[in-house]
Design a protein. Structure first.
Length: 237
């Protein structure tokens, strides 16, 4: 047998020295502390997955809810609007016709001016068209799929394409969710208000000039003071 292989086998089966065992214990202890410090591990996992699952919006929702251990998505094209395609699908009935019209106008203007496609799906899982929206909206690298669902603690969920991810700092989405998506906000102000604020904030962000300060403020509907997020006042932002 080759000496090099024998050496490798010995190394892999060698008993750790005392310092190594101490380091291993410290590593495990640190990992345990990080897990204990997380208030909602499933939500954190969902947030990480959201950035990469452009085609799996509803599967992600199912995972975040903890309703099932299986990653099964809903695919119900029967819940899609008939006739001319629209950018806002409100299966849950959160928005009034005038609010839908306002969002549709803002979304159309944003797409015309920047090329980015913002699409809004308001749902109460599992009542949702689910994966059927992928083909209906033609989701691509320039798309932002905004799923508003109060089934979970945070009503705002975002799924962004690669071109959007390159343009917008990832921290913007978490700050946006923290400001307008938290349960206290939407329960006090209503689901529609949270959706309108989020759409306005996205519109403002995507229209800003590139640079280090792009999307540093989370700006809701017209007249509201810009903010860096849920805890921004603590730091004077």
């Amino acid at each position: 047998m080759a000496p090099g292989l024998m050496s490798s086998q010995r190394l892999s089966s060698a008993t750790p020295t005392a310092p190594s065992r101490l380091a291993m214990r410290a590593s495990v202890r640190d990992a345990s502390q990080r897990t204990a410090a997380s208030p909602d591990v499933s939500s954190a996992l969902a947030s990480r997955l959201l950035g990469g699952l452009v085609t799996g919006v509803v599967s992600l929702t199912l995972l975040a809810s903890g309703a099932s251990a299986r990653m099964e998505g809903v695919n119900r094209p029967d819940l899609l609007p008939t006739g001319e395609k629209v950018a806002i699908i409100d299966v849950a009935g959160f928005l009034t016709p005038s609010e839908e019209k306002k969002i549709a106008s803002e979304v159309a203007s944003l797409e015309r001016d920047t090329g980015f496609k913002l699409r809004v799906l308001a749902q109460n899982y599992p009542e949702t068209p689910g994966l059927a929206i992928r083909e209906y909206w033609g989701v691509d690298d320039s798309s932002i799929v905004f799923v508003a669902d109060p089934t979970f603690k945070n009503i705002l969920n975002f799924n962004v394409g690669q071109a959007v991810d390159l343009e917008v700092p990832r921290s913007f989405w978490s700050r946006l969710s923290g400001k307008y998506g938290n349960k206290f906000y939407w329960q006090e102000n209503g689901e529609a208000k949270a959706i309108l604020d989020a759409v306005s904030a996205i519109d403002t962000c995507l229209r800003e000039e590139p640079g280090r300060g792009k999307c540093s403020a989370v700006q809701g509907e017209l007249g509201e003071e810009a903010s860096g997020g849920q805890f921004s006042k603590m730091f004077g932002m």
